[in-house]
Structures are given as structure tokens and as C-alpha cells.
Design a binder for this molecule. Structure first.
Ligand code: GDP
Ligand code: MG
Length: 447
């Protein structure tokens, strides 16, 4: 993942206090790769990288964060901002019925999404909803809309393949008016590729209906091609929103970025399954994490720091400052803190579902077991050993001490060594933060 690759790079720039032209170059290359792998279109990637670079240069690196982490958080924020901040529900501010026109390529998910939206409008906004199909090219398409509309609990207006799309639309509108429908959803035909006849037809439908929402439905799996499709629809129609479908698939969803950039329209919903309830309000922040191939790091950082005991952190900071150093007792206390935060399970919940599934329960169990085992090893040390780690690190009797500890904790001596290694790494980090940096950092994060 991007985070892994960046942390590898970061080893070489660790300890640098700000992001500079020289240390940012390699990191930006990784970000660029991650975006391309997520199928963001090349010109969009270029623009994006430039914006991130402008924001990142000169940025200070605080506390225990390293330049890579700071850059990732800038990238994450910029991605979320580009894909639209906050959420945008459907606009129904029109003389009823509010008309919603669906546009997009064949197979993008228009018909499915029409029914999903009908359900959403009925359940969340208590609307009376009518659907109609203006797809006269495939008789099955009209039947398909009839079926899914019934599943949504909405009403369906009959149409036949021998009618003109414009006549269908006008008849449905008339019916909707006379029967006091709040919303009329108009499903349309798609083609396998952009063609002029299709565009002319939907332009005509738009002019006839004057919809309050013109939604561009796009398949997240379409990848790099999404940008061309989006451009064509944007030229033909004044799009008011985007629905990104099939986000339950493997696609990393970079299409969101391209489509948003090209159309300027907000991404309003995401399709997350074939089923009628597989529609979610689009969450840009969460989606940014998916595009980057990592969890929502902002939420993670908040979660991790929420449970941090500031008093304990201050005590620790003072200890470091006074020169008494970070010892194994502190290490043990830190593990306790982590448990207090709800353990790793809580953190896993913050990951996007596809990542959490990848990490899986097995990894989680292993990590939790690791933590418990570390705790067991630390507890098997004497208080004196914990307060004077040197006894175990370079004392004369360190070998026999370690054997005793391993036996007490029921593990191999190598495992004791591993814990001591981890401790030493931590200690080095703490030394760097001497001077209260740790406390300041935790305070800042904990609010
Ligand atoms: P249309 O040609 O644009 O009307 O597309 P359809 O609504 O007929 O959908 C094409 C195919 O994509 C169907 O098999 C749908 O079940 C499937 N589909 C639509 N939206 C989603 C989605 O969000 N997730 C998944 N997995 N499949 C979807
Ligand atoms: Mg269809």
C-alpha cells in the first residue's frame, strides 16, 4: 500500500524537520503511482500532484510524525477536498414533481440506481415516487425497471418500445402531475460507447423535461476511460450530480477523482451492491482513503489519541526530560494505554471495508495475541529489570535473566529479544523527543 511504500522511503528522510524540494520528490512519485494504480486519469494526476506539492513544501513536521506521514495527510485532505467536501443529497426544490434524469453508458447502472434512488426517496425523504423508462431500444430494459421499481416500493409508469422517448417522458410527467407525485425518475438508454444519436436524444429529453437533477451514472470499474465518458456527457448536458456505481468491486475508485474534476459536479451517491439497498451517500473523506489504498488516517489518528491519558503522557515526558529515561515500565504502561483505547478491533472498524476484509480477522487476532504476549514477557521481568533495562541489554548475566523471563512467560528466548529490540527502537524515538515534544504532540492531538 501507499503507506507501506512511503514508510520505506521515509526511513531515508527521517529526522528532517520540514518537507523540502529534495525529500518530497520520491514521496510524490509514490503518491503518483498510487493514484495511477487507482485508475485516476493521467492529466488529473498531474494537476493533483502539483497542488499537493505546493501545499506540502515548507510544511513543518511536528512531534513523532515523519515527513512521509505529513505528506500522506496532506494528500488525503486534498483528495477529499477535490472529491467534494461534506455530502450532497438530491435537490428536490422544484414545482412537483421534481424530475430526475438519469444519464450514462449502457451497463453503468442507471436502471438499478433509478430504483435505489426511488427507495432512498421513499424511505429517507418520505416522497411519493414514480419511475419511467425511456429506454426503447431494449424491451428487456423497460421490464427491468418495472421489476426493480416494485422492489423499491415505488410506482412505475408503463412505456413501450414503439414510443418516442420524448413522448414517454411527457406522458409520464402528465401522469405524475395529475396523481400528485413528488418525484419523477426518468431512466434512459445507454450505448456501449458515446455516439451522437444518443447524445442528441438525451439532450432533447433534458430540454423537454427541464429536470432539477441530471445525474451522471458512472461505473467505478471503468477506470481510465471514465474521464472521456464524463467529458462527453458534460458537454451534452448540464450535470448536477454523479453516482459512482460498483464500488463494491475491486476498483480503487480513482474514477471518482477524474469524473469530479472533469464535470465539476458533486458525487452524490455510491453504488455498493446489486441489491436495491446498495446505495450510500458518497463520503469523500472515506473514499480518499480507498483511492490511496489505506484507511481513513485522519479518523485513525483521532481514535488513537482520544484514549491517550494526558496526565500519564506528561509524567512520561517529564521523565524523559529529567534524564531518567524511558524504561521498560513505561513500555508496559504504553501497552496498557493501547488496551484502554479499545484495542486493535476498534481501530479496524475505521478501515474501509475492503481493506478491513483484506487485513482480516486472522491478522487482527495475531496482532492482539502479539500485544498480549509482549505484556506477558514484560510482566515476567522483575521490577528492577524493568527500571534498569541495561541489565537485560548489556548486563553480565543478561543471558540467564532472559532465559528466566522466557520461561516465566512461556515463550522462546528469541521472543524476549524481539521485545527488547522493539523497546530499544522506542527508546531511541523518545530520546529524539526529549524536551517535552512528546507531551506537546499528544496534547495537540488529544485536543
Ligand atoms: P444500465 O444499463 O446503466 O441501466 O445498467 P443496469 O442498471 O442494468 O446495471 C448493469 C449491471 O450492473 C447489472 O447487472 C446491475 O446489477 C449491476 N450493478 C449496478 N449497480 C451496481 C453496484 O453498485 N454494484 C454491483 N456490484 N453491481 C451493480
Ligand atoms: Mg438500463
Amino acid at each position: 500500500t501507499l503507506t507501506e511504500r512511503l514508510s520505506r522511503l521515509v526511513k531515508t528522510v527521517r529526522g528532517q524537520a520540514r518537507i523540502t524540494e529534495s525529500n518530497v520528490q520520491d514521496m510524490l512519485r509514490e503518491v503518483r503511482m498510487a493514484l495511477l494504480e487507482a485508475d485516476v486519469a493521467l492529466p488529473v494526476v498531474r494537476d493533483f500532484i502539483q497542488r499537493v506539492k505546493d501545499k506540502a513544501l515548507g510544511q513543518e513536521v511536528v512531534g513523532s510524525l515523519n515527513p512521509g506521514q505529513v505528506l500522506v495527510s496532506i494528500v488525503h485532505k486534498e483528495l477529499a477536498a477535490t472529491m467534494g467536501e461534506g455530502v450532497a443529497d438530491l435537490n428536490l426544490a422544484a414545482q412537483p414533481p421534481a424530475i430526475i434524469l438519469m444519464a450514462g453508458l449502457q451497463g453503468a447502472g442507471k436502471t438499478t440506481t433509478t430504483a435505489k434512488l426511488a427507495k432512498h426517496l421513499i424511505e429517507k425523504r418520505k416522497k411519493k415516487v414514480l419511475t419511467v423508462s425511456a429506454d426503447v431500444y431494449r424491451p428487456a430494459a423497460i421490464e427491468q425497471l418495472k421489476t426493480v421499481t416494485a422492489q423499491a416500493g415505488a410506482e412505475w409508469f408503463a412505456s413501450t418500445p414503439d414510443q418516442k422517448p420524448r413522448d414517454i417522458a411527457l406522458a409520464a410527467l402528465d401522469w405524475a402531475k395529475r396523481h400528485y407525485f413528488d418525484v419523477l425518475l426518468v431512466d434512459t438508454a445507454g450505448r456501449l460507447a458515446i455516439d451522437e444519436a444518443l447524445m442528441a436524444e438525451i439532450r432533447d429529453l433534458h430540454a423537454t423535461l427541464r429536470p432539477v437533477e441530471t445525474l451522471f451514472v458512472v461505473d467505478a470499474m471503468q477506470g481510465q476511460d471514465a474521464i472521456n465518458t464524463a467529458r462527453a456527457f458534460k458537454e451534452a448536458l448540464p450535470l448536477t450530480g454523479i453516482v459512482l456505481t460498483k464500488l463494491d468491486g475491486d476498483a480503487r475508485g480513482g474514477a471518482a477523482l477524474s469524473v469530479r474534476q472533469v464535470t465539476g459536479a458533486p458525487i452524490k451517491f455510491a453504488g455498493v451492491s446489486e441489491k436495491i439497498d446498495g446505495l450510500e451517500v458518497f463520503d469523500a473523506d472515506r473514499h480518499a482513503g480507498r483511492v490511496l489504498g489505506m484507511g481513513d488516517i485522519v479518523a485513525l489518528v483521532e481514535e488513537v489519541t482520544k484514549g491517550v491519558d494526558l496526565a500519564a503522557a506528561q509524567k512520561l515526558a517529564e521523565k524523559v526530560k529529567s534524564g531518567s529515561g524511558f524504561d521498560l515500565n513505561d513500555f508496559l504502561a504504553q501497552l496498557g494505554q493501547m488496551k484502554k483505547m479499545g484495542g486493535l478491533g476498534q481501530l479496524m472498524d475505521k478501515l474501509p471495508t475492503h481493506l478491513a476484509a483484506k487485513a482480516g480477522q486472522a491478522d487482527l487476532n495475531r496482532a492482539e495475541k502479539d500485544m498480549r504476549r509482549m505484556e506477558g514477557i514484560l510482566s515476567a521481568m522483575t521490577a528492577k529489570e524493568r527500571a534498569h533495562p541495561a541489565l537485560l541489554l548489556d548486563g553480565k548475566s543478561k543471558a540467564s535473566r532472559k532465559r528466566r523471563i522466557a520461561q516465566g512467560a512461556g515463550v522462546q528466548v528469541q521472543e524476549v529479544n524481539r521485545v527488547l529490540n522493539q523497546f530499544e527502537q522506542m527508546q531511541t524515538m523518545m530520546k529524539k523527543m526529549k524536551g517535552g515534544g512528546l507531551f506537546k504532540m499528544m496534547k495537540r492531538m488529544g485536543g
